[in-house]
Design a protein around this ligand. Structure first.
Ligand code: 5GP
Length: 189
């Protein structure tokens, strides 16, 4: 998606050579009109899969997932990183390794919101080593639901996650793929 590449060119910063900072439009401040366009693109890409629900991880996935859910007129569920007092009843859990924080955390989804028969579209902001999406896939499988694909705003194609997920049979659709980055810039697919 050219729009996504242009936005990255214009606004990204690069931290320690391998972390892309897109806080001006996606990870801190949200460019609402731009994110709604991303949602429409995911809706176009996955229309034929007829998803019944979107699943993402808090917090940076939520805005794009919301935009996609609004475009597809389906609910958006986000896996929580903390078992807060309003999490009740039976839950699904999965342990995920965080690329940006370099630690493990547990994601939680209340089972009443994900049921067998759901056709789930996974959405996230970044795909790097694939751990976040694999955690979501684990939760979808615990629920007896079906993952119909994954949409990510930015795939870092020089990391292994995309390859592994596609090899497992999952359809993965990035809106921009970065094939190389260093302290000075990024190279797209
Ligand atoms: P993975 O689990 O695929 O290794 O990493 C994906 C998760 O790590 C995303 O949910 C995202 O929050 C974070 N992440 C990975 N790489 C980057 C990056 O370059 N920039 C930012 N802002 N987040 C990233």
């Amino acid at each position: 998606m050219k729009l996504m590449e242009e936005k990255i060119w214009q606004e990204c910063k690069i931290l320690s050579g391998s972390v892309l900072k897109v806080s001006s439009f996606l990870n801190h401040q949200l460019d609402t009109q731009f994110i709604m366009e991303l949602g429409k693109e995911f809706a176009r890409l996955f229309a034929k899969e007829a998803p019944t629900k979107i699943l993402t991880i808090e917090s940076s996935g939520i805005a794009i997932a919301f935009a996609a859910g609004a475009a597809m007129k389906i609910p958006v569920l986000f896996a929580k990183k903390h078992k807060t007092s309003n999490v009740s009843g039976e839950t699904y859990h999965s342990v995920v390794h965080s690329y940006t924080h370099d630690c493990d955390y547990t994601v939680i989804v209340e089972s009443e919101y994900l049921r067998p028969g759901d056709r789930v579209l996974l959405i996230d902001d970044f795909l790097a080593n694939g751990n976040a999406l694999e955690g979501l896939l684990d939760i979808v499988s615990q629920a007896g639901a079906v993952a119909v694909g994954a949409g990510v705003a930015i795939e870092k194609g020089f990391q292994e996650g995309g390859k592994r997920l596609r090899a497992s049979g999952l359809r993965v659709e990035p809106l921009a793929v970065i094939n190389y980055m260093d302290d000075y810039g990024v190279v797209f697919d």
